[in-house]
Design a binder for this molecule. Sequence first.
Ligand SMILES: NC(=O)c1ccc[n+]([C@@H]2O[C@H](COP(=O)([O-])OP(=O)(O)OC[C@H]3O[C@@H](n4cnc5c(N)ncnc54)[C@H](OP(=O)(O)O)[C@@H]3O)[C@@H](O)[C@H]2O)c1
Length: 291
Amino acid sequence: MFKLATNDTFSLGDRRVRRMGYGAMQLAGPGVFGPPKDRGAAVAVLREALAAGVDHIDTSDFYGPHVTNQVICEALHPYPDSLVIVTKIGAIRGQDASWLPAQEPEQLRQAVHDNLRNLKLEALEVVNLRVMGSPHTPTEGSIEKQMHALAELRQEGLVRHIGLSNVTAKQIEEAQRIAPIVCVQNHYNLIHRDDDALVDALAQQGIAYVPFFPLGGFSPLRSAALSHIAETIGATPMQTALAWLLHRSPNILVIPGTSSVAHLRENLAAATIRLSHEVYAQLDAIAAMTE
Ligand SMILES: NC(=O)c1ccc[n+]([C@@H]2O[C@H](COP(=O)([O-])OP(=O)(O)OC[C@H]3O[C@@H](n4cnc5c(N)ncnc54)[C@H](OP(=O)(O)O)[C@@H]3O)[C@@H](O)[C@H]2O)c1
């Protein structure tokens, strides 16, 4: 069976994780709501990921809601010591599958308890505060109140490390005045490059940058140039997009999401792709071509 290399890692809090991880959002039902079509397949994806050496899984109790965490628990509990499960709080789901902000201190506390219960954990290793506003683009605004609530949960030992999601550089600075931030999870991929400067700034601080939608998310990346380059290096476009992210900066941890074992295997194998300077530069130029 394929195994991820052990030497390509980055720090996440006080742990080191492999830079190729797994995002569990696709394990809930359609629209990230309700149960998966095939629960056995969802369990199989998680077990295969771990068997291949994945030690970083991204989740949230608002996926499903509750469903994704319950599937993770069913598939993997008791968890190996090496596994870092990162979760996120800051939203709840409406009856109609909508994503509603839940940023009040009591709602954040409730979300931490929901995650603890459904994952069967006594403390959460990393919790990302998911800032709402525009769905996939950060919007300025103070996050002081939310950060104080998280800092309190950290002091109580329910949360070990704090991360941020869907945030601006200014919000990161504001948060860092309240508590240490170990990772940032924003929308970023080969084509969506708004955070280029932020990725580099976080690398300087040794903070992990974890792009969400690494493959384009709900509308997977499509580009003739990407397909052409992928063909020349003997990889699929999705593998090539992941390889570009892994080459982009050492602080990038990837969490591609899939509900399929076949796609999981394809994605994990991207960790073995070595891009020449020339191919990297060609991939790097695609975003400017698609603007
Ligand atoms: N912080 C946030 O606000 C936020 C937002 C979104 C996501 N996330 C996190 O980021 C993770 C990754 O994002 P994502 O899952 O939304 O998007 P993604 O990884 O960019 O793409 C997932 C989509 O690509 C498909 N896919 C995956 N591998 C493929 C392959 N090899 N070939 C063809 N299609 C493939 C998946 O379908 P199949 O299931 O059919 O493979 C799914 O439709 C999530 O799982 C979640 O943990 C966080």
